[in-house]
Write a protein that binds this ligand. Structure first.
Ligand code: TPP
Length: 341
């Protein structure tokens, strides 16, 4: 199924993609200037997946992203200031500065949180789907994972259980061609991750992950199926990360020629050209939209950098982790505190 966005939807999709790209460029700069520390996984080139998914889901569907989570988090509606603050380790971060780049949760936007442990979010999304089903909700759980993660055991257990228990979960594979330096073609037992659907009696399909309208349409179609049958669906989006796996990756495992070919299919450029051709955009409007987005994101980054020294104490952190008045929790917290002292 393919659809053409209305002008309003097209501007929304373009804006989400530009915000995702702009956020990643800011992070790249902050790391390069040694203003931000640790590591980070950027998703430059995967923006059509972020926008197509955010627009295709209902706001009450629960997503569980991966370590490469900034784009999905921003697309879902999380405040970029809270995301930058999270990466600076500040109290104003979306996880009070304790999660960092790879662990961003935002319950208000039905984002159950990402994790550094590859594939660990997939069983969590299945658990969320079980809870939603039992509560009579029409919302679904969305497990986002990469081609590399697709070979981990937890995913196979989760897919099997989701089919056996008929759970409303979307398994969404963001296949960017590589798991770190391992090409998907050498790590997978099947040509495409979606080929695995039938072995779980699960409907599945794949989509061009650099075409935002196609991603949106596939998500809508999959969600309709899941909501009407309470069965899981496996959707695979083929895309490409234009950047390295994490910071300081010289990408020696792939050729410059391959990168060039994918750059020509940059999702933002593809969609911008499509909009211009349809009369939904012109160059001046594009430039002013981009300028506005870049200014908004830069302002959020600057504000977060100014507040960066304001981190919470261990005591305060424990007050969020453990509910007050629970004797055992108190003991655990004392023990952890003693170990860290
Ligand atoms: C359980 C586990 N094994 C290994 C790693 C190291 N690791 C971090 S990212 C990554 C590759 C994941 O590839 P993929 O699932 O395709 O996602 P992508 O990074 O391409 O978005 C690996 C192996 C990890 N974080 N967790």
């Amino acid at each position: 199924m393919s659809i053409g966005f209305s002008s309003r939807q097209a501007v929304e999709a373009l804006t989400i993609m530009l915000r995702s790209r702009s956020f990643e460029r800011q992070v790249e700069g902050l790391f390069a200037r040694k203003r931000m520390h640790g590591t980070t996984h950027l998703a430059i080139g995967q923006e059509a997946v972020h926008a197509g998914m955010a627009m295709g889901l209902s706001p009450s569907d629960w997503i569980v992203p991966t370590h490469r989570c900034h784009g999905h988090t921003i697309a879902r509606g999380t405040d970029p200031y809270e995301m930058f603050s999270e990466m600076f380790g500040s109290r104003t971060g979306c996880c009070k500065g304790f999660g960092g780049s790879m662990h961003m949760t935002d319950v208000a936007h039905c984002n159950a949180g990402s994790s550094a442990v590859v594939a660990s979010g997939v069983p969590i999304a299945v658990g969320i789907a079980l809870a939603l089903k039992r509560s009579g909700s029409k919302s679904i759980g969305v497990a986002i994972f990469g081609d590399g993660a697709s070979s981990r055991g937890a995913i196979h257990e989760a897919m099997n259980l989701a089919t056996v228990w008929k759970l409303p979960v979307l398994f969404f594979c963001e296949n960017n061609g590589y798991g770190m330096s391992a090409p998907a073609g050498r790590a997978l037992s099947v040509p495409s991750v979606s080929d695995r659907g039938p072995s779980y009696s699960m409907e599945s399909s794949s989509v061009d992950g650099n075409d935002v309208e196609a991603v949106y349409a596939s998500i809508r179609e999959a969600c309709e199926y899941i909501r009407s049958t309470s069965r899981p669906f496996l959707l695979e989006a083929h895309t490409y990360r234009q950047c390295g796996h994490s910071k300081n990756d010289a990408c020696v495992y792939r050729t410059r020629d391959e990168e060039r070919r994918w750059m020509e299919r940059c999702p933002i450029r593809l969609f911008k050209d499509k909009m211009i051709k349809r009369g939904q955009l012109d160059d001046a409007r594009y430039e002013s939209l981009k300028r506005a987005v870049d200014a908004e994101i830069a302002e959020a980054a600057e504000r977060a950098a100014r507040d960066a020294d304001d981190s919470i104490s261990l005591d305060e952190a424990f007050s969020y982790v453990y509910a007050p008045g629970k004797g055992n929790a108190r003991l655990v917290s004392e023990a952890v505190r003693a170990r860290l002292a």
